[in-house]
Design a protein around this ligand. Sequence first.
Ligand code: GUN
Ligand code: FE
Length: 424
Amino acid sequence: MKIYKGHLLFTPRRTAFEVIENGYVAVKDGRIVGVSSRLSDLANSNAEVVDLGDRLLIPAMCDMHVHAPQYRNQGMCMDLELLTWLNAYTFPEEEKFADMAYAERIYRRFVRDLWRNGTMRAAVFATIHADSTRLLMHLFEAAGMGAMVGKVDMDRNCPEALCETVDEAVAANELLAAAFNDPEALVRPIITPRFIPSCTPAMLQACGRLAREYGLPVQSHLSENRAEIALVHELEPQSESYGDAYNRYGLFGQTPTLMAHCVYSSDEEIELMRRNGVMAVHCPTSNLNIASGMSPVRTLLDCGVRVSLGSDISGGHDLSMFRVMVYALQVSKMLSVTQGVQPQLTLPEVFWCATKSAGSFFGQVGSFEPGYEFDALVIDDSELNFDHYTLLERLERFIYLGDDRHIVHRYCRGQEIAEPPLRF
Ligand code: GUN
Ligand code: FE
């Protein structure tokens, strides 16, 4: 058993931080067995106490929507909207991941930079290429970080080189499911139909069957952009909503499901998400950069929908989930002043979205409570803390102003995670 001593800040509830000054977290076999402000509540004769001094100890970040093969395009190509942006910039880049040497170079940098930013769990889109998808999964395994990684499935409205037959996609997913078949493992496959415009009904049907047969989670995109939604309406005229189309193929909560964006979800679609336990992934930077719109996160939360946050590289430009939290707050303020949506999101709410709420997709992850896996970051904010700030003020300033230089230790499932190498 190990006991970590530091200033603990976490969100057991959505609405408020729990702050324990000079608190203790006891960890055994990767899980938290006790949290207290007194060592005597936890002490055990053979426990090693790790004193973090005046540093902050917070849950590690979860990025619930990110495209690893778009990493080269991070911070550029923001002058188009979704459908034209995909064709002009994104698909040509994703084609390159047939080349294993190229994939290794980009994927190593991607995993290293998630680590840098304190993201210890992620839900990741790869490409249609099974070999480089498997490579990415091995890189996460070697790093000791948690990830659900999806081989992307698509068979229409895309370049020839990114089109597969349904049989090819099924065979590739089955191989990945067999190779990564431990449900307790940190790295898991996730069924990933790109979105309805990229997948024929036969492909969607096959994805639903794969998810059900192998008991695998699902991730995709939902109601992101107006032109996209109009196209889905043409392609699936019998469906009552975009979400209903996924639902008809068994891709909407029949197994644990992530849906990125939800900018234009109707009341019916929101109700279906709530009923099916579908988790919305809010990606504010992406919604700003490719001019998709502003997601009504307050409405989603009020309706009882599960909500998390995603960087959505490369629609989004910033891999830091702290910065994504700030954008989520800013978008919420603009929705409030332009459309009267009240109340605005709060700091504990966005922190909860990136930790405890997101972490529920991986099991018991994202909080400092008994039974939770110990995923944590040690923050040395001494450079930012030059006056008598309270612990909550220190955390807020780190979220707004801090970066990877202030993250001095990272833990995933109880293990300290070292910097993943860029090459062997
Ligand atoms: N919808 C389908 N594919 C994508 C993608 O790569 N990025 C975003 N933001 N939306 C998508
Ligand atoms: Fe995306």
